[in-house]
Design a protein around this ligand. Structure first.
Ligand code: 2AM
Length: 183
C-alpha cells in the first residue's frame, strides 16, 4: 500500500519564493509545525492508501486527463488560514493566475478518480500549506498585509502522483509518476 495524492509539484525557484513567505510568517509565530521546502506542493486530490493495482489504474486514467489539458500559468497569491481551536490549523499561501484552467484540471482529476470510486466531497480550495497549528504574535490581517509573494509566473506543465511517507521521522513527498499536460 502507498499513501498517495495528486498534486502540482513546483520547481526549485518557486519553492524558494514560497520559503520567503514562510519565513515572514515564522518571524511572527510563537508556535507551529512547518513544511519543509522540498514538500511544498499544490494538492489537486488526496487519495489515501492505494494498492499497486489501483496505482496502475490511476496512472492510466491520469495520463488521459493530462492529454485533455494544455499547460497554463499560475502565480503565488496571498496568505490565508484554516481555523483550528486556539490555533491557525493551517497557514497557507494562495494561488492566483489562470484559476479557470486550474479548476478545470482539478475537476477532471476529481471526476475521473470518482470512476475508480475515489470520492471526495470536499470543495477544492487551492492552497500551499506553509505550517500547521500556528500561533502568531500579531493579528492575521496585519500579517496578511505585510507578507506578499513575488509575482513570478509558475508554468504548470504537468501534475504528479505523489507518494507520502515518513523516512527517519520526517515526512517526505515524492513524485512517483508525472503526467505532462498536452491537450
Ligand atoms: P494540507 O496541505 O492541507 O495538509 C498530502 O498529505 C497532501 O494531501 C496535503 O496537501 C494535504 O493537505 C492533503 N491531505 C492530507 N490528508 C487529507 C485528507 N484527509 N483529505 C484531503 N486532503 C488531505
Amino acid at each position: 500500500m502507498m499513501r498517495a495524492f495528486i498534486a502540482v509539484d513546483f520547481d526549485h525557484d518557486v519553492k524558494k519564493n514560497i520559503v520567503h513567505v514562510q519565513q515572514a510568517v515564522q518571524n511572527h509565530a510563537t508556535a507551529g509545525r512547518w513544511k519543509q521546502m522540498d514538500n511544498f506542493h499544490l494538492t489537486l486530490e488526496f487519495l489515501g492508501e492505494i494498492t499497486p493495482g489501483e496505482m496502475d489504474r490511476i496512472c492510466l486514467l491520469m495520463g488521459e486527463v493530462a492529454g485533455r489539458h494544455v499547460p497554463f500559468e499560475l502565480c503565488l497569491g496571498k496568505i490565508g488560514f484554516f481555523k483550528g481551536r486556539g490555533v491557525f490549523r493551517v497557514v497557507w499561501l494562495g494561488i492566483e493566475g489562470d484559476q479557470d484552467a486550474l479548476n478545470a484540471l482539478q475537476r477532471d482529476v476529481k471526476d475521473t478518480l470518482a470512476l475508480l470510486n475515489f470520492r471526495d466531497d470536499n470543495r477544492f480550495s487551492p492552497h500551499i500549506t506553509l505550517g500547521q497549528d500556528v500561533k502568531l504574535d500579531v493579528p492575521f490581517e496585519q500579517l496578511k498585509d505585510t507578507v506578499s509573494a513575488g509575482k513570478d509566473l509558475i508554468y504548470v506543465r504537468a501534475f504528479c502522483l505523489m507518494d507520502s511517507r515518513v523516512i527517519d521521522g520526517r515526512r517526505v513527498y515524492t513524485p512517483v509518476k508525472q503526467f505532462d499536460l498536452s491537450g
